[in-house]
Structures are given as C-alpha cells and as structure tokens.
Design a protein around this ligand. Structure first.
Ligand SMILES: [Zn+2]
Length: 258
C-alpha cells in the first residue's frame, strides 16, 4: 500500500489538494489505511485548534507553543561528526521538526483566514465618522390631534469621544423644518449604545430625545429607536409617546476628507 506524505495530508486538511488527487486520497482512506487516517486527523486537529484559538487566544500563544516544540525537536537532533549527512533517524527527527514548522505556518494561515473577533467589536473610535440617516415613525400628540407621521433625513459627524453634531430636514405631518442636532453617544463593546440628543431650530433648543443604538455591518451601519421624546420649547417640558426608528450609514471615516 502506497501511503501519502505528511505534506500531502496537510494540504488535504487545508483543502489545497486538486480534485483528482483528493479522490485518490479519499479512496486510500476508504480502503482503511489507519496510518494515513491518523496523519489526516492530526492535521485536521491542528487546523481546528488554530481556528478555535483565534476566538480565545492571541495568535502569539499558538505560535509560541509551536515554536517551543520546534526548538525541542532541534535540540534532540544532535549533529554527528562521523557522518556528513544526517542518518535516517536524524533525518526523521528533522523531518518531524519540519512538519511542526509546517504546522505553525498552517496555524498562521488558519488564524489569518479566521474572522477577527476585534473586527466584530465596537468602539467609539470604530464608529467615528460622517454619517447619513433617515428616520420614520409616529409621534402621538395630545387629543384631539393624536398620531402624526414624522420623518427626517440628515447627516451627522460623530467623533471618537462620542460627540455628535449634525443637520436634518424633518417633516412632522407634512410641516418641514431645518434643524441642527447634537448628542452625546455612549457605546458598548457588543455594538449597542445609547444617545442623548438635543434638537435646535435657529439656535433654539426645541426637543430632546433618548435613543437606543445598535451598530452593525462592521460599524458602517447604525439602527436606532427613540426611547423617549421631550418637547422643551413650551412653558414646561412635555414628554410625548413616539414610535420612531432610525437607519444610518457611514459616509466616511473622520480622517477621509468629504
Ligand atoms: Zn496510507
């Protein structure tokens, strides 16, 4: 029975074998070669370990262990004064060290291919930028007016300290107005957050609102809903029930000119 080499099984585990050869190797396994099955399962484990390590540990951890193993294998390989070329046994040890090194490379490939956990986390620095948005919903005014549809389109700049400022054109039941907005945004690592907004007309504060935020699409999209709305331009602040959702998309980062 002709076996396949360790290198071939590493490629196989990594999905780098051409279809025709892959079929030959599959057939070899089906014929019940335990030696090659062991080799394959080892390299599949290396690949899996590298993948799961990417979720929990920095890559250095895996590389350090693999390197320690590599050094150990080298120490074992004592140079012979009698033979110019390594003996069979020495060559095998050297080959094992090479295979281990191949494992390090495989782990590095698997780690770089695995989606980075950091990319999925959110920070104020990550969401900082220039954004465009719309919101739509309903505001419920005191009787007899009742529910009024509202909508807005606007843009804002959000900095890495959570300071937001922007402009919008809003329509309340068909009455449109230009407004400026400011907000203080706080952010959690799981990409949820909240914002305390103030809305001005001609420099005069008219409304404040609290919004629940979720950043997604790798910090390029923001979804939000109004949790509360307060009119502050009357004799006393007046809270109004609202159902308004917001969708925003990042236009550019802060460093890009726009
Ligand atoms: Zn075999």
């Amino acid at each position: 029975m002709t076996h396949f080499t360790t290198e071939e099984w590493i490629d196989f585990a990594n999905g780098l074998v051409a279809i025709r050869k892959r079929k030959e190797m599959d057939r070899h396994l089906e014929e019940g070669c335990s030696r090659c099955k062991k080799a394959l399962s080892l390299w599949q484990k290396v690949r899996q370990t590298a993948k799961s390590a990417a979720d929990y540990e920095p890559p250095e951890h895996v590389v350090r262990i693999a390197k320690a193993g590599f050094m150990g294998a080298q120490v074992e390989q004592k140079p012979s004064r009698m033979h110019r070329y390594p003996s069979g046994g020495q060559f095998m040890k050297y080959k094992n060290a090479l295979n281990l090194f191949a494992g390090i490379l495989l782990a590095a490939v698997a780690l770089s291919a695995a989606p980075s956990v950091h990319a999925q986390q959110c920070s104020l620095a990550g969401v900082a930028g220039k954004w465009g948005y719309t919101y739509t919903g309903t505001i419920i005014l005191p009787s007899p007016t009742g529910a009024v549809p509202v909508a807005a389109v606007g843009r804002f700049t959000l900095d890495a300290d959570g300071n937001l400022s922007g402009t919008q054109t809003r329509s309340n039941g068909g009455a449109s107005a230009q407004e400026t907005i400011t907000a203080k945004v706080t952010m959690n690592a799981d990409c949820t957050g909240s914002g305390n907004f103030n809305v001005y007309q001609s420099g005069l504060l008219v409304r404040s609102a609290v919004l629940a935020l979720v950043f997604d699409d790798d910090s390029r999209e923001l979804r939000a809903i109004f949790e509360s709305l307060t009119l502050v331009n009357g004799p006393s602040p007046q809270s109004l029930p609202v159902v308004i959702t917001v969708n925003a998309k990042k236009i550019s980062g802060l460093e890009e000119s726009n």
